[in-house]
Ligand binder design. Sequence first.
Ligand code: IPE
Ligand code: IPE
Ligand code: MG
Length: 249
Amino acid sequence: MSLIEQVKQGRLPRHIAIIMDGNGRWAQMQGQERTFGHSQGVTPVREVIEGSAELGISYLTLYAFSTENWSRPRKEIDALMSLLVSTLNTELSTMVENNIRLRLIGDLERFSPDIYRDLMEGVHRTAGNSGLTVQIALSYSGRWDIMQAVRHIAGQVRDGALSPAELTEDLFARHLATAGVPDPELLIRTSGEVRISNFLLWQCAYTELYFTPTLWPDFRRDDLYRAILDYQHRERRFGKTSAQVQQNF
Ligand code: IPE
Ligand code: IPE
Ligand code: MG
């Protein structure tokens, strides 16, 4: 049986998040500049979007640029930004055709007005789509997200619109950049690094983590299917015992 057929027989995650890592090492292994690795990272982005859409996954979150990545060399940041904008521009019509909704999470105010405008055009043009939601995390970090939520909530408390006793986990989550999107069931990280790197900290509280040594530019649909198959063989206990889970307590 093919990998996709196997995947279709098991329970599917509603939301998959991916830390797309290893572009620089991939390029350096071929004796190329790091930025070549970033441009070769576009193919796997297309593959995971198409693969997720075909499976009927509802949400795919891609970590494209972290808050910490602002400390990379200016030249690399600029190359990444222009790649981002040109990729979005060329992919936009395909996204519209395939009913894909683009969402951006992160501190977008840090981008130049030109880039911000280009990014938001993609969001607006796909806003009415009802298929797969692709969330791109840009200038994002989990601590930034938690802090901006805290600031917002603190303002409401100061203004008397909210009392501290009313603050629940659900209400807090509605102030995060991912508001309205369920927590990811599966988080994939490529390139062999075994860390979260300040990604969706609150949202990944009970997420299944999958690490693969494959470098991002080499990642293909079958690698996505393998990650989902691995997830399907795990027992998600949420603090309960295995016996409880099996008896559906
Ligand atoms: C991931 O690849 C892409 C971004 C962080 C923007 P890297 O650029 O981190 O590649 P490595 O980890 O240095 O190989
Ligand atoms: C994490 O990758 C961020 C993205 C993939 C966008 P990094 O390569 O920046 O992570 P660290 O710094 O090695 O943990
Ligand atoms: Mg890296």
